[in-house]
Every structure is written in C-alpha cells, then in structure tokens.
Design a protein around this ligand. Structure first.
Ligand SMILES: *[C@@H]1O[C@H](CO)[C@@H](O)[C@H](O)[C@H]1NC(C)=O
Ligand SMILES: *[C@@H]1O[C@H](CO)[C@@H](O)[C@H](O)[C@H]1NC(C)=O
Ligand SMILES: *[C@@H]1O[C@H](CO)[C@@H](O)[C@H](O)[C@H]1NC(C)=O
Ligand SMILES: *[C@@H]1O[C@H](CO)[C@@H](O)[C@H](O)[C@H]1NC(C)=O
Ligand SMILES: *[C@@H]1O[C@H](CO)[C@@H](O)[C@H](O)[C@H]1NC(C)=O
Length: 472
C-alpha cells in the first residue's frame, strides 16, 4: 500500500516535469530564436542611414527582434530565424525613429528580403538643403514580399517615381502622399495587379493619366488629387469595378467625363473638382448607385440637373456641383435624396424657382444656391431658416425674394431682399381668386422673362403679370 502511494507520487512528479518542459518549449518558439548576423547588420545599417551616425544599433538594441525591440520594427520567424517584416521610419510615436538632417537611403535596406511593409513619414524634409531621390535600382530585391510601400509628407523627397516600382508585383498598397515628386506617372504601375490602394496625392505629377491604370481591377482607392495632371480621364477607368473611392480633384484634367464611369457600381466617393472637365453633366452618373459623395465643383461642365435621375442615388450625402456652368432649373427630384447633408449648387446659371420640398430633407445641414439666376419667392419656414442659419446661402440671385412677414427679421435669409408689397398683394389676390400655387409659379416665371426682356421696373413686372392673367 505504502509502496503504491510512493510510485504514484513519483509518477505524478515525473508527469509534472514532463508537462512543464513541454509547456516551456511550446510556449513560444521565439524565445531561443536567433537572428542571422547579416539580417541584423542590415537592419542596423539601414536605420542608421535614416536616423544618423550617432545611432549605434548593436549598442542600443542588441536583440532587436527579441528583448530589445525597436519602435517601428516588426519581425517574424522564417525557419526558426528572425527577419524584419515591417519597418517604419519617422515621428509617428514619441519614441519612433526620427530622421536626421543628412538622411540617406542605405543600400543595406534592400537586404531585408522579408520586408512586407516599408513606410517613411516626415523623414525627408529639406527640399532646399538636402533633397533626396528615391533609389531606382534595388527594389526588385524586395519584390517577392513587399506588400505596402508608403512615403508620406516628405517635401524633401524629389524626382520621379522609379520605373522599378512597376516590378513590385506583390504590392497591395502604394502611398506617395504629399512629397516633392514630379514627372509622369509610370505606365507600368498598371502591372501592379494586386494593388488595392494607390495614392499619389499632393505631389507635382504632370502629364496624362496612364490608360493602363484602368486595368487595376482590385483597386479600392485611387487618389491622384492635387497634382498637375492634364489630358482626359481614360475610358478604361470603367474597368476598375472594385473601386470605392476615386479622387482626381485639383488637376488640369479636361474633356468629358467618360460614360464608362457608370460601371463603377461600388463607388462611394467621386471627386473630380477643380479641373477643366467640360462636355455636359453625364447621365451615367445616375448609375453610380453606391455614391455617397459626388463632388464636381469648379469645372466648366455645363448641362442641366435634369439630365440625371437623381432619385437613383439613394445613398448620396454630399452633392457639390458649385461653379460647374449648370443651366436650367433645380428639379424636385433633388428632394428625393433623403440622405443629403450638403447641397452645393452655387455659382451656376440656374434659373426658375427653388423647390420648397428640399426643406424636408431630414439630414440636410448646408444648402448653397447663391450666385445663380433663381427667381420667385423663397417659401421656406422660420424653422428651416433657424436650423440652417448662414448655411443656407441664396444671395446673388437678383430676382429672388422672400415674402414680407413670412419670417421674423432675425431669420431672414442672408442677402436676399424682401418681396415688394405689390407682389404680396398680387399674390393674395391670386390666392383669393383660387389660382393654384403651381399656376402662380408658372405665371411668375413667364412674367420674369418678360420683365428681363422689357427692362421694366418691378411694378411694371407686376403689371405685366396682371395683364397676362387677364389675357388668360
Ligand atoms: C557600436 O558600438 C560598439 C561598441 O559599443 C562598437 O564596437 C561599434 O563599432 C559601434 N558601431 C558603430 C556603427 O558605430
Ligand atoms: C509591365 O508594363 C510594361 C509597360 O506598361 C509592359 O511593357 C510590360 O510587358 C509589363 N510587364 C509585365 C511583367 O507585365
Ligand atoms: C470656377 O471654376 C473655374 C474653372 O472652371 C475656375 O477657374 C474659377 O476660379 C472658379 N470660380 C470660383 C469662384 O471658384
Ligand atoms: C453663365 O452666366 C455667366 C454670366 O452671365 C456667363 O458669363 C456664362 O457664359 C454663362 N455660362 C453658361 C454656361 O451659360
Ligand atoms: C441671368 O440671366 C440673364 C439673362 O436671362 C443674364 O443676362 C445674366 O447674365 C444671368 N446672370 C447670371 C449670374 O448668370
């Protein structure tokens, strides 16, 4: 009996030892893992090139993937050895690696062959004292693993996009925002078929948009805003059927917006503002049924709002068509955009009456219709003016007015004159004579054109309307 007990306790002990050692081994194979000397030296040299000679990696971080991690460096195990997978340089966190004055690309960077992600933020900052070009040759060494390459806010990074970027065939994200880059966009970026994000915004790129970019059918985000691109928007862009956001604002693009744009069924943002697009407001816009923001402002586009079936764009929250040479009337269908928050139709040549229905858009917080040729009476409620304040802009419509006594002085729409007494009297008369309000609108707009042509004063206008009614 005693012997059995003893055997049992020994075996429990042995079992315990066994499990303990198993646990220790299985816990984390990284504990004893090593880093190849070459990988470690390459990492130190690469970082030193950016942060300065004072930075002694082997002193400061003897075990960079183990117990002395470096902010901005991530490692992973391949066959039991540590390799660097992510490297980000620049002042993102308090103890991040910040760049030196005489920063430079060290060719050892390209020995980090397992790099998946490389990013530089605010690192190359002196275009005058220390301009830097992106290296051209070595990128191929990283091409089998690099998925994300980012240069953000580096005004001292100048020159062109290296043609070799087109060989980084596993790239899913290429971000070159707000640098000093120039030249044309290399056509062979169209070879990067795994790209999901391409952001070249805020540089000085010029020339045409390569047609071949249209072949990037996994692209979700394309932003080339605020450059100096010219020429047409390629019709091949209709092929980027996964696209969620397309921002080409702030360039010198011209010509028509191609009908193929209507293929982009997933598009939530289309921003073509501040270009030179012309032609007409294309009907294919109504096919962009996922749109949440449509911004075409400051282009001589022309055409009429009636060209487009606005009611199809049920998700639209922002519609900015200001300064786009639009003519014609504001259709009532605008009021079907129930999610609309911002409506910018200012600085066009719109005419006719303003549909009072837009008052009932539940989320609307800004409506700008100033700088047009809109006419008639504003019939919005005191509640509406109170809610909108200056975010309802209707000034600079010479023949627009609001009825006397319709709203208290503090609520009057800014820059809009009161309708003249005569007209109010006339309007009351009309109501009494059971002339429907739509009928009145019709008469008013007819009267208006007569007024413009005749060049009569406002009383004259009222007289004309009277005469006109009389004739009916
Ligand atoms: C870093 O420091 C070690 C010893 O502290 C020294 O041997 C080595 O040369 C230094 N490396 C650099 C690149 O300064
Ligand atoms: C990449 O693009 C260039 C120019 O656009 C083309 O000539 C070349 O054949 C492409 N390379 C591959 C591998 O697709
Ligand atoms: C209107 O758009 C044109 C380009 O079509 C631009 O030159 C002009 O500055 C814009 N006007 C305003 C007030 O933004
Ligand atoms: C719009 O009106 C302005 C000012 O009258 C005029 O110069 C411009 O040519 C008009 N544009 C169109 C497209 O009708
Ligand atoms: C308003 O229309 C008249 C002609 O109907 C035109 O002369 C005038 O330039 C237009 N104003 C604007 C700002 O478009």
């Amino acid at each position: 009996m005693k012997k059995l007990k003893r055997t049992l306790s020994i075996s429990i002990f042995v079992l315990f030892i066994f499990y303990f050692s198993l646990f220790c081994n299985g816990e984390d194979e990284s504990v004893g893992a090593l880093m190849e000397k070459t990988e470690q030296e390459a990492l130190y040299s690469a970082i030193q090139g950016f942060v300065g000679k004072w930075w002694n990696g082997s002193d400061l971080y003897p075990d960079p993937c183990g117990w002395t991690p470096i902010q901005g460096v991530t490692c992973d195990l391949y066959n039991g050895f540590w390799y660097v997978t992510d490297l980000s340089i620049g002042p993102i966190h308090e103890n991040s690696l910040s760049c030196a004055q005489n920063v430079d690309f060290n060719s050892h960077l390209f020995e980090l062959k397992h790099l998946k992600s490389l990013s530089f933020f605010n690192c190359f900052v002196s275009p005058q004292n220390h301009p830097i070009f992106i290296p051209t040759q070595e990128w191929l060494l990283l091409s089998s693993n690099l998925e994300s390459l980012e240069f953000r806010s580096n005004p001292g990074l100048i020159g062109t996009i290296p043609i070799t970027f087109g060989e980084l065939k596993n790239l899913q994200s290429l971000v070159l925002i707000e640098n000093g880059l120039t030249g044309v966009i290399p056509e062979n970026l169209g070879n990067l078929t795994k790209l999901k994000r391409l952001n070249l915004a805020r540089n000085s790129f010029k020339g045409n948009i390569p047609h071949r970019l249209g072949g990037l059918n996994h692209l979700l985000i394309l932003d080339i805003s605020r450059n100096s691109l010219s020429g047409f928007l390629p019709s091949t862009f209709g092929g980027m059927t996964s696209l969620l956001k397309l921002d080409l604002s702030g360039n010198k693009l011209e010509g028509e917006i191609p009908n193929e744009i209507g293929n982009l069924k997933s598009l939530t943002l289309l921003d073509l503002s501040n270009n030179r697009f012309s032609g007409t407001l294309t009907k294919s816009i109504e096919e962009l049924t996922s749109l949440e923001e449509l911004v075409l402002s400051n282009n001589p586009i022309g055409g009429e709002l009636l060209n487009v079936e606005w009611g199809d764009l049920m998700g639209l929250g922002v519609l900015d068509l200001s300064n786009t040479s639009l003519t014609g009337v504001i259709p009532e269908s605008i009021a079907e955009l129930k999610r609309l928050r911002f409506l910018g139709l200012n600085d066009n040549n719109l005419t006719g009456l303003i549909p009072t229905k837009i008052e009932s858009l539940p989320y609307v917080s800004a409506i700008y219709i100033h700088g047009n040729n809109l006419t008639g009476e504003l019939k919005f409620s005191e509640w509406f003016y109170g809610k909108m304040e200056r975010r309802f802009g209707a000034w600079n419509n010479p023949d627009l007015c609001y009825p006397v006594g319709s709203v208290p002085a503090g609520y009057a729409p800014f820059g809009v004159k009161q309708c003249q007494e005569e007209e109010v009297t006339r309007f009351n008369l009309d109501s009494k004579s059971k002339l429907g309000s739509s009928n009145w609108n019709h008469v008013a707009s007819m009267g208006f054109s007569v007024y413009r042509v005749g060049g009569l004063n406002f009383l004259g206008y009222v007289m004309m309307v009277l005469n006109f009614n009389f004739l009916i």
